[in-house]
Each structure stands twice: as structure tokens, then as C-alpha cells.
Design a protein around this ligand. Sequence first.
Ligand SMILES: Nc1nc2c(c(=O)[nH]1)N[C@H]1C(S)=C(S)[C@@H](COP(=O)(O)OP(=O)(O)OC[C@H]3O[C@@H](n4cnc5c(=O)[nH]c(N)nc54)[C@H](O)[C@@H]3O)O[C@H]1N2
Ligand SMILES: Nc1nc2c(c(=O)[nH]1)N[C@H]1C(S)=C(S)[C@@H](COP(=O)(O)OP(=O)(O)OC[C@H]3O[C@@H](n4cnc5c(=O)[nH]c(N)nc54)[C@H](O)[C@@H]3O)O[C@H]1N2
Ligand code: SF4
Ligand SMILES: [Mo]
Length: 736
Amino acid sequence: MSTAYLTCPLCEATCGLAVSFDGDTVTSVRGDDDDAFSHGFICPKGASLKALHEDPDRLRTPMVKRDGEWRQATWDEAFAEIDRRLVPLVAEHGPESVAFYLGNPSSHNLGVTLYGRAFYKAVGTPNIYTAGSVDQLPKHYSSGYLFGDPLSIPVPDLDRTQHLLLLGANPLVSNGSLMTVPDARGRLKAIRERGGKVVVVDPRRTRTAEVADQHHAIRPGTDALLLFALVEVILREGLADLGRLADHVSGFDDLAELAAPFTPEAVAPHTGIATTEIETMARELAAAGSAAVYGRIGTTTQEFGTLASWLVDVLNVITGNLDRPGGAMFPLAAAGQTNSTVPVRNPAQQGSSPGKGWRHGRWHSRVRGLPEVMGELPVATLADEILTPGPGQVRALVVVGGNPCLSTPNADRLREAVQTLDLMVSLDVYLNETSEHADVILPGPTPLERDHYDVTFTQLSVRNMANWSPAALPTDQPQEWETMLRLAGIAAGQGPTADLGALDDLMATQTAARYGLDVTVAGERRGPARLLDLMLRGGPHDLTLAELEAAPHGLDLGPLTSRVPELLRTVSGQIELTPEPITRDVPRLVAALGRPLAGPDELVLIGRRQLSSNNSWMHNLAPLVRGSNTCTLQVHPDDADRLGLHDGGVAAVRSRAGSVTVPVEVTDGVRPGVVSIPHGWGHSSPGTRTEVASAHAGVNSNVLADDLFVDALTGTAVLNGIPVTVTPAEEQSWTG
Ligand SMILES: Nc1nc2c(c(=O)[nH]1)N[C@H]1C(S)=C(S)[C@@H](COP(=O)(O)OP(=O)(O)OC[C@H]3O[C@@H](n4cnc5c(=O)[nH]c(N)nc54)[C@H](O)[C@@H]3O)O[C@H]1N2
Ligand SMILES: Nc1nc2c(c(=O)[nH]1)N[C@H]1C(S)=C(S)[C@@H](COP(=O)(O)OP(=O)(O)OC[C@H]3O[C@@H](n4cnc5c(=O)[nH]c(N)nc54)[C@H](O)[C@@H]3O)O[C@H]1N2
Ligand code: SF4
Ligand SMILES: [Mo]
């Protein structure tokens, strides 16, 4: 009998888990009561790590498709197959003929995070796509221009704030995003217990809305209007107060003119929130002892996603709440954060030098001319790049821990597109709706079998934390960092059997150089442990991996601290409040004020997350598909009456992009004019090998999401606020 303490890598909350074993068999998975951050909190997904580990459908060997038939392959065979097909393709059509799609789990995976770039760089294609463009790209863009680094994203100082204004986020179910926070429920409850206030803006009465002081059921897609109106009231009533930021902000004087058209009276009919309520919201926000405005998926994956993301931080700035305790603050992660300049040995440590600024649009997508943001192109145009002939056409796709055939807009079109590729490789642990179209699938070890440290999400944490989890179980499979180096060797023309040790040494030498360190300080360590040790040593908390090894429940590095101006990387060295690359989209928002108001029979579709669901990929675990986690169309009773729908019946939902039929759930939890289908379902394809998921197929809501309807600045897909028509249907056909 033994117990391992590890950080759950399944979502952004980074909970500490205590996993007990009898030999190599998992006997229980519990929240780790001694974890320095999560104090025992766990959710149903974390508890299902045992089911994931034992899932008979989970791939344990590579799969290679020959003449349309899958067969298990050895690792050598799989790499040889990729070498045989990838190298000539690149030689003939250039690196741009290869596209990457990096999915959500790739950012939760230490090996992939640290070593993936070796492979992507060795290919050298401009065609990089990630789940970011169906998620948070607008926030990176606004942070890039406001603060000079797209990774400088302020997070609510949840444990100290007196007022939280939360838009388009449901942390009680999602467990927080762009805000690393175990036990969001407990922390929101604590705000109210210390006399603070929680205000939620969401078209649905979510679990988070239920525990809030106030809930405003906004019309989807109109947050930028609401937020601008809050700015307008605060400026007009003289409530703005930059506080200690006064010397560090430029562009403040331009704000009043930009905000002028967005009076509460003007935006109220569009948002569905009354003028007086908007005024009260603004005044309470400005008057709070400390306050944080926070927006998430509902505000980023919508028509004005970047403007909404920007305005969230404009409000934090003009109320003096940015970068102060209880406001919206910048974490200082122990490893890998590009924005941390600290008094350490070597200025070369600074990821991006102060004053360099940030910009997007360094290249554009071939077919639709959409701009690059943070080195990636919007996945809403991936199908165009595959299907449109001509120089630069994408002919090969490598998917790393992603399921874009379910998770990206106009999913049916992408599914058709990937079937025309010359080569597709999936790094994935399941044969699912995307990997079924691959030629080679390379699986990885489970979270119990790999070392973990959350390099990404410690950079968004509401407390500064560091926690190292060594692999709890041995495995015969290669680790994903080794797979990445193998693939990098292939892409670099070294063949499928390149010297991994030498490639790893090179990575370590480069990492050490970035931090002004000698690589030998990391001693005998290899792989991610060595890179991490170097990053910790070079990081602002001056840690070593040995120190983390001695703290199996994690190290608490304290509450967030003020970081302005040290963190700013804009050319001016200031917070640039009204940068043109953002404000250029304001006229489009002004025009939206002139649009006719939505008629009573116009419907828009939004998504919803479910507690026991993790995007598209955990539906094969029996403990998670029990209960209320069902794929239904939620409709308000008034709309149901008008449309002739009844609870338990079936509806056909149509958009420009596609149609689905789906069971109806009548509920006043959604506002009138809004219908909701959760994403990540649609497991009915006969080509998959996910028995449990197939038995709980649901429909794919992204068949309805429109690849041509994107946030103008970043190309991020509009997944919330999709115009749809809904009619009663005879019976359900689990298509899409
Ligand atoms: N309509 C709508 N669509 C959405 C959203 C929405 O709110 N509404 N949300 C969007 C968001 S925020 C996101 S992040 C995306 C997610 O989109 P994706 O990242 O494309 O999809 P996931 O469902 O996270 O799929 C992850 C894949 O990784 C595999 N996997 C799991 N663990 C591992 C591992 O350890 N190694 C490897 N190699 N593979 C692994 C899984 O089997 C699965 O195939 O979906 C987006 N799509
Ligand atoms: N259980 C579970 N947890 C997850 C995931 C999961 O699939 N399941 N996915 C993970 C991932 S990848 C991410 S990115 C995070 C996302 O984390 P969150 O953003 O907190 O997740 P959601 O629950 O989708 O919350 C978005 C909310 O926006 C609302 N909304 C929709 N349209 C609008 C709008 O126009 N305006 C406003 N104001 N609100 C709107 C929706 O009703 C919904 O309640 O969750 C993560 N955690
Ligand atoms: S909330 Fe997230 S990190 Fe915590 S146990 Fe659940 S899935 Fe894991
Ligand atoms: Mo996400």
C-alpha cells in the first residue's frame, strides 16, 4: 500500500490529489487535505483518474492505418511510417504544407509544453492552430497591447477582493479558467462572508449565478456594450480613480470620447439589462473598497470578444483596482513566466525585454487573410487551408492532444476536410472523432505515469504556488517529451532514430543559456525534470526542483504582489489603455448599437459546461456519464410554448453552418431568446473506439457554430451567440 501526491492535470484548478495504490493498482483517488493550495478540494473529473488509467479503450500502443484498417504497431514502426511520409511531403510542398493543431490537454502536459516546440520549430510552418482560437485568444491580444506581453493576464485576487464582477464565466462548474483556483465555490462564498459582493453577468442562471448576490441575464454577445456603458458611467460621474497607477497609464484621456456613444440608455435595449441596473453596477464597482472584473469564455468566444476582454481590464484600471490587493493582479510564477524580470544573475533571463512591445499580424492565413496572433492562426479557417488548392495548401495535419472535429466551428466541414489530407498524425490517448481520421496515432502515458508541474497555469494562479508531482507509476510507453524529440528528429532530417539524449542535452543547454545558468547545475537530471530545475533556478522565487521534491503537498509562495511597472513590456513602458489595434474595432461596436433589436422570435445559441465533463474527451469514463450530464437543448418556457416544444421532446436546431436534432429541456434557467447546448458531445461515429462515449453520444454543437462568424480582431470563433432556428422534430437522429 502506498500513496502518491500529485497535481491534477485535467483542468486549470491544479488540485492536489492523494492517490492510493495497492501495488500498481489504484485503490482510491481523494483530494489531498494537506495540499498547500487546494486543501482537499476535488471534483468528479479528478476522482475519475482511476477510471481513465484503467479504461480498456485507452490506447497503449501506437496505431497505424493501412488500406483503411487500423492495426497496432510498435513505436519503431510508427515513427518509421511518419518519417517515410512526412519528410518527402515537406521536401516537395514546403513546411507550410504541414499544419499543427494543439489541443487543450497539450497545455496541461509538462512534457508536451516543454518539448513540443522542438518539433513545431523543426517543421517551421506558419500553420499553427490551437484551441486558443476557440477559447482565450482575445484575452491574449488585449493583454499584449495593454501590458506588452500577451501572457500578462491579470487574475482576480479572489481571496482578498470585496467585489467581484464576473462575466461569461461559471467557475463553480468549470473550476475557473485564466484564474487558477481550486475550490471556486468556497472562495466565492468567502467573499460574501467577509461582507463583499459577487455579481454575475450570464444569459443562464448558472450555479455561480445561484450563489451570487446579483445575476444579470444578459443577451449573448453584448458584453462589450455593457462594459463600455460601465466605463461611460464611471467617467461621466467622475468616479474614475487610477490610484497608484496614475503615473503608469497612457491613453486615459481618449477613453471618454470612445465611451461616449455607449450610454446606459443606448445599450440597455441591446443587452437586456435596464439602465438603472447598469448605473448601479458601475457605481458599486467604483465604490467598492477593492474590486475585480473578470470575464471568461462567454466574453471571449463572442462577436466582440477582444473588445470585451479589453474593457474588462479598462474597468480594472480606471477603478484603480488593477495590480492592487483585492483587485485584478499579476501572478509571479516560479518557472517559465516570460514577464518576470527579477534581480537575478543575468538579464538574459528576461523573456521579452522591456519596451519591446507586442504585435500581432506578423503573417496572415493564406485563404481568408486572418492575422496571426501569438504565433497561431485561427482554427476557424483550418478547413479552408486544407480544402483550397494552390501553393501553401495544407496537406498534412499533426494534432497534439486535440479533438478539433468536435471542438471547433463548422465541425462537419473540418471533418470532411481532414479526410482529404495526404497525412494526418494524432498524438492522442483515444481513437476518437478526430484521431479516427489519422494515419498514425501516438498515445501517451496517463497522468499517473508522468511527471507533472503546471508551468502554464501557475502563471494564472490566484496565489503564487509551486508543486512538483513525480510519476506515481512506471510505464513501458515512451513519455510524450521523448515522442516529441523523436518527431523533432524526423522533422530535422535525422530520421526516426535520432539520438534522444543529444537532443535533450541541446534543449537543456538552450534553456540554461536563457537563464544565464550552466547546464551542469541540474546534475544528473534529464528530460522535463532537468528543464524545470533550470527554469526554477532561473525563476523569480529562486527555487530548485530538490526543494519542491521535499514538499510533496506543494509550496505556497504567498499572495499575489503588485508588479506594475516592473512587469510592463509596452514600448512606452506604460499601460497603454487605448491602443489603436484594439480601438480600431470600436466603430464596429458603435454600428452594433444601430442594429435593429432582436425580435421576439429570434434565437441565439450558447454553450454550457457540465461538472462531469471535460470538453470532448472524458465521456468514455463510466463514472462521468452518469446523472444529469446530458446533452440537451435548454429552452425557456416562453420560447418552448411559442415554438411548440415540450420537455423531453426533440428539436431540430439549424444555423448557417449545419443542423442537429437534440432532446429538449424546458427551463427558465436560460433567458428568453437563448437556447443552450453543451459542447464536446457527438460521439456517434462508427469509426471510433470509445464504447462508453458512443453509448452516450449526444450531438456536436459545433456543427452549428459558424466558421465565418469570428471576433474581428483575433479570428476567434463565435461559440456563444450563434443565430439559430429551432423547430419541433419527429425523432432524434444522433447526427453531427
Ligand atoms: N461550442 C463550443 N465549443 C468549444 C468550447 C465551448 O465553450 N463551446 N470550448 C472550447 C475550449 S475552451 C477548448 S479549450 C476546446 C478544447 O478543444 P480540444 O483541445 O480540441 O478538445 P479536447 O476535448 O480538450 O480534446 C482533447 C484531446 O486530447 C486527448 N488527450 C487527453 N489526454 C491526453 C494526453 O495526456 N496526451 C495526449 N496526447 N492526448 C490527450 C483526448 O483524447 C482528446 O482527443 O474546445 C472548444 N470548443
Ligand atoms: N467541468 C468542466 N470544467 C471545465 C471544462 C469542461 O469542459 N468541463 N473546460 C475547461 C476549459 S477548456 C475552459 S476554457 C474553462 C472555461 O471556463 P468558464 O468560462 O468558466 O466556463 P463556462 O462554464 O463555459 O462559462 C461560460 C459562461 O458564459 C456564459 N455565456 C455564454 N454566452 C455569453 C455571453 O454572451 N455573455 C456572457 N456574459 N456570458 C455568456 C455561459 O452561459 C456560461 O455560463 O472551463 C474549464 N473547465
Ligand atoms: S477541479 Fe480540475 S484540477 Fe481539481 S480535481 Fe477537478 S479536474 Fe482536477
Ligand atoms: Mo478552454
